[in-house]
Design a binder for this molecule. Structure first.
Ligand SMILES: [Zn+2]
Length: 473
């Protein structure tokens, strides 16, 4: 397909984005082109379209935001009302669909279900739903419809392993509800408090966000990342509010058109992830080291606090006998949750800062290793340290941040000898141990930091196609 297009279109000259073709009239073609050979984008997959837009230079990216809301007491009550209503509506919708299935009737679409809800809402039992935004409930039903869509896509339908085992043990009969991927009822004790809000009425004014039926809620402003203020200033997508770690968080996406990609430098960037340091990078032959935050004093004292609390809870459980949860245990668990969230947030922040610093160097490409994380996790001495480093998250962030700046991102195969090869002469040291912190080359006598050597090798990485391996390695 790529070849076909490059034959027919030269991207720079002949294309103008004008909706002219017949598919465009029916809203089926996203873009149509006015070139010497008429070209229509009907039926093209979206990754291709995105690539096409990149090449045009005008790129539409949805950037995700998470901001903290600072509601007043009155608003908080309303937020809780919405949380409970969203859960109630989900459970009502699920129950309704399951009853339909039991009676041999047809599955309803989200929109038909919404119509039913409008009628049901008039009864006394669900009268209280009138205080809540109806669009929130509509969106919950759409979520439910999507969950059902995913469930129907699983073929062949099968029971979950845990349910089959339980059925064999207890002799309980399995129902369609136990099928893999079937939407599940939500309970308050699950501790997931969230709900979608109406897109059309979501906008930012004077560092407040307008939410339907709740009003203007103040948010914690970030001066570096100011949100577009005003009713029609930006197009918000998929806004949701959730209550997590005792905070109200609004997450949403904003469609931004970024024409100006910053000019890139001629240097390549090689990054070697490690346990001792989070990352050792090589940029134009210079060494950059990013420390491991888990070894800092603050983090270690938090870790100690966490362990202390965990031990306390376990002990209280045991001495209570019968493993009863007393108020004292509940109280300690709350403190533990706070400590855990603090640890998590600190790690998250550190990963974001590191990846941002690396991308801000503006290399023309980024080379990283494709790590066998699950294999390394089997090493019991290292598994905790590896888990705390959040490598997968690091790689994910590097990927999308590179994409934003039009930087090429390369992940080198697992068997590329980045740490075993000498960055100076290319000699491969087969018996390199994990404890050797310095790399000493037998052939040329180079002595260099082991991680920096690996980063240098990654920086200088050259793609070798499978046919030519052996000759150029
Ligand atoms: Zn050497």
């Amino acid at each position: 397909m790529q070849e076909f297009i490059s034959q027919h279109i030269s991207f720079e000259n002949r294309i103008e984005l004008t909706p002219l073709c017949e598919h465009a009239k029916n809203n089926k073609c996203f873009i149509s082109t006015k070139c010497t050979k008429k070209f229509c984008f009907y039926g093209f997959s979206s990754p291709f379209l995105i690539q096409f837009l990149y090449q045009k230079g005008g790129e539409q990216v949805i950037k995700a935001y998470r901001i903290r809301l600072l509601p007043t007491q009155e608003q908080e009550e309303k937020l809780w009302q919405h949380v409970h209503a969203a859960r109630a509506v989900w459970n009502w919708g699920l129950n309704y669909q399951m009853e339909l299935f039991k009676n041999g009737e047809k599955h309803l679409s989200a929109y038909s279900l919404r119509k039913v809800l409008t009628q049901v809402k008039k009864t006394d039992e669900l009268n209280w739903l009138n205080d809540v935004s109806f669009h929130t409930m509509g969106n919950v039903l759409i979520d439910l419809g999507n969950a059902y869509k995913d469930f129907f896509a699983i073929k062949p339908a099968r029971f979950t392993i845990s349910k089959t085992k339980k059925a064999a043990r207890t002799g309980k009969k399995l129902t369609p509800y136990d099928l893999e991927g079937h939407p599940k009822f939500k309970a308050r004790r699950d501790g997931k408090f969230k709900f979608p809000i109406r897109v059309e009425n979501t906008y930012f004014v004077n560092h407040c966000v307008n939410v339907e039926k709740i009003g203007k809620i103040q948010y914690q402003a970030n001066l570096k990342r100011e949100l577009p203020q005003g009713k029609d200033a930006c197009k918000v997508s998929n806004p949701r509010i959730k209550f997590i770690d005792n905070k109200w968080i609004l997450s949403f996406g904003i469609e931004v058109c970024e024409n100006q990609a910053p000019p890139l430098t001629d240097n390549s960037l090689g990054i070697d992830l490690g346990v001792k340091d989070l990352a050792v990078a090589s940029f134009g032959g210079k060494q950059l080291t990013f420390h491991n935050i888990n070894k800092s004093k603050g983090m270690q004292s938090l870790e100690r606090k966490k362990k202390h609390l965990q031990r306390g809870i376990a002990r209280k459980y045991r001495t209570n006998g019968n493993y009863n949860k007393t108020q004292n245990v509940v109280k300690t668990e709350k403190i533990l949750k706070r400590v855990e969230s603090r640890l998590r947030n600190k790690r998250h922040d550190h990963t974001h800062q590191t990846t941002h610093k690396l991308v801000s160097l503006l290399p023309y490409r980024v080379v990283m290793e494709d790590l066998n994380v699950s294999g390394m996790m089997k090493n019991k001495h290292l598994s905790k340290a590896i888990q705390e480093q959040c490598w997968a998250e690091f790689i994910r962030q590097m990927k999308y941040k590179s994409e934003w700046n039009h930087i090429e991102f390369i992940q080198v195969g697992r068997w590329y000898p980045s740490s075993k090869r000498c960055s100076c002469c290319g000699h491969i040291k087969a018996d390199l141990k994990l404890r050797d912190r310095m790399y000493e080359c037998v052939a040329c006598g180079l002595t260099i930091n082991r991680d920096f050597n690996a980063a240098l090798n990654l920086e200088m990485y050259r793609y070798v196609s499978p046919e030519t391996t052996g000759q150029t390695a």
